[in-house]
Write a protein that binds this ligand. Sequence first.
Ligand SMILES: Cc1cc2nc3c(=O)[nH]c(=O)nc-3n(C[C@H](O)[C@H](O)[C@H](O)COP(=O)(O)OP(=O)(O)OC[C@H]3O[C@@H](n4cnc5c(N)ncnc54)[C@H](O)[C@@H]3O)c2cc1C
Length: 391
Amino acid sequence: MVHWQNWSGKLESTAHSIQFLRTEEDTCALAEHANDNGLVIRAAGATHSHAPLVKTTGIVADLQGLSGVMSTETADNSAWIWAGSRIFTLGRPLHEAGLALHNQGDIDQQAIAGATATGTHGTGPKLKNLSAAVRGMTIATASGELITTSPDRNPDIFTAARQHLGAFGIVTRIKLELEPAYRLREHTWQADLDELLENWSEHAEQNRHFEFFWYPQEDRGQAKTINPTTDEPEYPLAAEGARCGWSYEVLPNHRPHKHTEMEYSVPKEHGAACMREIQSLLTNQFSDIAWPIEYRTLAADDVWLSTAYERDTVTISVHQDVRLDDEVYFRACEEIFLSFQGRPHWGKVNYLNAAQMSERHPRWEQWWQIRDELDPRGTFLNDYLRGLQPA
Ligand SMILES: Cc1cc2nc3c(=O)[nH]c(=O)nc-3n(C[C@H](O)[C@H](O)[C@H](O)COP(=O)(O)OP(=O)(O)OC[C@H]3O[C@@H](n4cnc5c(N)ncnc54)[C@H](O)[C@@H]3O)c2cc1C
């Protein structure tokens, strides 16, 4: 038995063991062993999820040893990547091949398999989440076999597993759609929340990336745009907000302070109204919250469990210090998000049950059906996911 905890330290468990995997042979052997012996396995990336996706009393499979860029293809702007690769290790080798990710989240500490498992995204109204960039995957399944999936090979599994929640097996390799390497320059400014909410749509349309944070205690908005540039990178890079460099140097930020987070995606047209209700909630009922609210955009996609499935989206994130209680605050925010047809981020806190998830995800039952066929015993389900399984 071994102690496991996530990045924030808020989620903990006593796991059966943590297995450090270094080859696909190891990975298949572990999957088969667990399946034959009635054990549960949860694969772990960087454990940055606030939702209890990895938490288990079974085996935690750590894939940091299965890392690196395997091959790149400039003809179709793609690369095969080992699943345990942390995103911050990918920028340089992809750049050397003339390639880059379309977009990145606020940080680059996640493993690529962890980030694609939950629909991790950055901001930009024409930019989709990372799961939408998946073009192929190799998965060690419960039977101990390796299966490769793509739009042409095992297409049903591929379609469901692009955003997989670690529930289809242990992902060992991922093929990602990329684009030619590009440079970015960022710009920040301060503005009233009212002004930002009046103009956010134009800002979003006119810039590759637009987002803002609202700091409730100071009632201050901090906006950021990031756009392509032909300027040479400026080293040493300036602080966040004034960088000019390659995309992988400018997009990620440093977020060391331990916190918990809830994020919901709402249809783009409800973004401003939803944010106004969150503002009013904080002002009237939670004036002690010191953490900012983040407002971003995300393009519609065709990924079954994506929060942007078939709808252009605004994402709104609320945070709390990990040492403080978050539940009363987050539940009050969730009520507002749900009233705007919100879908919860898979890697962050939510309190939804199976029926509520099913209502929000049109492909929910199909996703489970394909998953269950691949793993009938539930080797890759922990208590949290079992609780969401359709009856
Ligand atoms: C400081 C911070 C900043 C963040 N910023 C953003 C952001 O800007 N945008 C955003 O969308 N999200 C953001 N997140 C959320 C984060 O991107 C997601 O929770 C992401 O899933 C975490 O990746 P991870 O590698 O830590 O995965 P984990 O949390 O370890 O795992 C996530 C899921 O992936 C599965 N998994 C991991 N590896 C494998 C594998 N090899 N095979 C099968 N399943 C696997 C796990 O089983 C689990 O279901 C942030 C989180 C933090 C703590």
